[in-house]
Ligand binder design. Structure first.
Ligand SMILES: Cc1cc2nc3c(=O)[nH]c(=O)nc-3n(C[C@H](O)[C@H](O)[C@H](O)COP(=O)(O)OP(=O)(O)OC[C@H]3O[C@@H](n4cnc5c(N)ncnc54)[C@H](O)[C@@H]3O)c2cc1C
Length: 284
């Protein structure tokens, strides 16, 4: 760990960005610190300055309008798991938060930190992607909003890495016939990162799947959509054979690596299992 670093605790996002820019990419924003502090201790992150964003009220909490839900990046995983708005409109998100880490880590760790840390296994990413979430962020160039799947640029890298501040996650309110779910495969029952994860969203009309989104975690450099699997489902009734076909497409589309949690071959095989399970959950 770097022995000394500058420390700031600004009250506004604009002030945070101004301080950040002063360090020309060598500063880090500090949210809950559950990823960043561990990296600083191990020496994999050595920021010259920490800009603690926890005092910036505008970055916290969950708000809704008639058409969309806006989640502040500083909203903790515990707050996500308890939010009445999310439980009512986007229940897959509270369920996902409860799968993650431990109560202590969930009390500190934030949804924005999970996305900006950009681990390929980041659990919040696949369910947000299938819900059609967008990431809004501030850089020197101004404010930008992109589809969440386009926010990730590589392992540990996003459009804000070294450049700016994630300021909101914006999710459209789904229609009444939309179902979404998230499933993970882990080596242990609790407190473990995913070997494979998959989220799915399906919109059915008169028994036919009209829209489908599938997102995979931990099987590519970034959380990824599985467009061939999605296309295989649209226009079907979501019967066992339709789901099997989509699951095999997803397995062919992913690009996993071998690491301590599993081999490339095992991950590819398990993608079809996890995608099948998650589609069985959303098809009715
Ligand atoms: C014991 C343990 C268990 C865990 N289990 C899981 C798990 O099951 N699933 C999982 O996905 N993760 C898990 N994690 C990882 C971690 O807890 C989560 O990723 C958490 O959500 C990170 O949030 P944070 O607020 O602590 O991020 P921080 O550590 O504060 O920040 C992480 C990174 O994001 C950047 N950042 C944070 N906020 C912003 C912002 N608004 N704009 C720009 N950059 C920003 C920081 O500069 C840093 O680079 C675990 C961690 C631990 C220690």
């Amino acid at each position: 760990m770097r022995k000394t670093f500058d420390f700031f605790k600004p009250a506004t996002a604009q002030e945070a960005l101004r301080l950040f820019n002063r360090y020309k990419g060598a500063a880090s924003f500090l949210a809950g610190g559950t990823d960043l502090v561990a990296k600083m201790r191990s020496g994999t992150a050595r920021p010259k300055a920490l800009i603690d964003i926890k005092a910036i009220g505008q970055l916290s909490g969950v708000r809704k309008t008639r058409t969309r839900v806006t989640i502040g990046p500083l909203t903790t995983l515990t707050e996500i798991s308890r939010s009445k708005i999310l439980k009512t409109l986007l229940p897959v998100l509270p369920k996902t938060a409860l799968l993650m880490a431990s109560p202590q880590v969930r009390n500190r760790g934030t949804v924005g930190g999970n996305l900006c840390n950009a681990a390929p296994s980041a659990d919040m990413a696949p369910p947000l992607i299938v819900l059609g979430a967008k990431a809004r962020f501030l850089t020197r160039q101004g404010t930008r909003t992109v589809r969440l799947e386009d926010f990730f640029t590589g392992p540990g890298q996003t459009l804000v890495t070294g450049k700016g501040l994630l300021s909101a996650i914006v999710v459209p309110v789904p229609g009444p016939r939309v179902k979404a779910a998230y499933q993970v495969l882990t080596l242990r029952e609790a407190m473990d990162l995913s070997v494979v994860s998959a989220a799915a969203m399906v919109r059915k009309e008169r028994g036919i799947i009209r829209e489908a989104r599938i997102a995979l975690g931990a099987v590519a450099p970034v959380p990824m959509r599985a467009p061939e699997a999605e296309a295989a489902l649209v226009g079907t009734r979501g019967k066992d054979e339709d789901i099997e076909k989509a699951a095999l497409c997803a397995s062919a589309e992913c690009v996993p690596i071998t690491d301590v949690r599993g081999s490339r071959e095992y991950r590819r095989e398990m993608v079809s299992v996890v995608v099948r399970r998650v589609l069985e959950e959303v098809r009715n």
